[in-house]
Design a protein around this ligand. Structure first.
Ligand code: SF4
Length: 201
């Protein structure tokens, strides 16, 4: 059995994104209380003898959570749920959130894998997609995580951007390969209803 925890907050809205997410933090405290409560309520759904193997923090942007907030969630999980202790514990991060201090804080938690939304290494693509990080921040985040012992990394890239040539996509792939990161998720851009990108089209 695995646990997925959805953190529906983002610092800003990417132009292509139709996930449910809020860019304000007004509800954050209430949300965390509700998440802790749901962890308690759903404990009865775990069959007798079952163990939790993998844990995944998705979003939204889970890296908006402070180390203290993550500690509160992990304390609840370890109090309530039997864990195998050998599974992947992944958090999705925005590259600009992964400072040296944040990487160090993640390494002090049970987290052993980080998935980062990169989408492109081209600055103009990042502007077009309304991403709030640069390629340099991705490189710095990868290095910071490795320095703190987290080397099980995954990066997301998006292909099929308007006007994207094969060469520009290959540049993204080559840059990804040069980082030596073990996993890539490649997504085709979709014009989702209600997004800024679709309005632009
Ligand atoms: S960071 Fe992720 S969840 Fe948040 S708006 Fe961008 S794509 Fe959507």
């Amino acid at each position: 059995m695995n646990l997925y925890l959805h953190i529906p907050f983002c610092a800003s809205r990417c132009s292509y994104c139709d996930f449910y997410t809020q860019t304000g933090s007004r509800l954050r405290r209430d949300f965390l209380d509700a998440l802790i409560r749901e962890l308690h309520l759903r404990r009865v759904e775990l069959p007798d003898g079952a163990l939790i193997d993998h844990i995944y923090f998705g979003g939204g942007t889970p890296s908006l959570l402070t180390p203290e907030e993550l500690t509160r969630i992990f304390d609840t999980i370890t109090e309530l749920y039997p864990l195998t202790g050998t599974g992947e514990v992944t958090i999705e991060c925005n590259p600009d959130d992964v400072t040296e201090e944040y990487a160090q804080a993640l390494s002090a938690l049970p987290i052993n894998r980080v998935s980062m939304g990169v989408q492109s290494f081209h600055a103009d693509d990042l502007t077009f997609l309304n991403r709030r990080h640069s390629a340099e921040q991705v490189f710095a985040a990868v290095e910071a995580l490795r320095r703190h012992g987290i080397d099980n990394l995954s990066l997301d890239l998006i292909y099929g951007l308007p006007g994207q040539t094969e060469e520009r996509w290959l540049t993204n792939i080559r840059t990804f390969l040069s980082l030596g990161v073990p996993h890539l998720s490649a997504y085709h851009l979709i014009y989702e209803e209600g997004t800024a990108l679709t309005r632009l089209v």
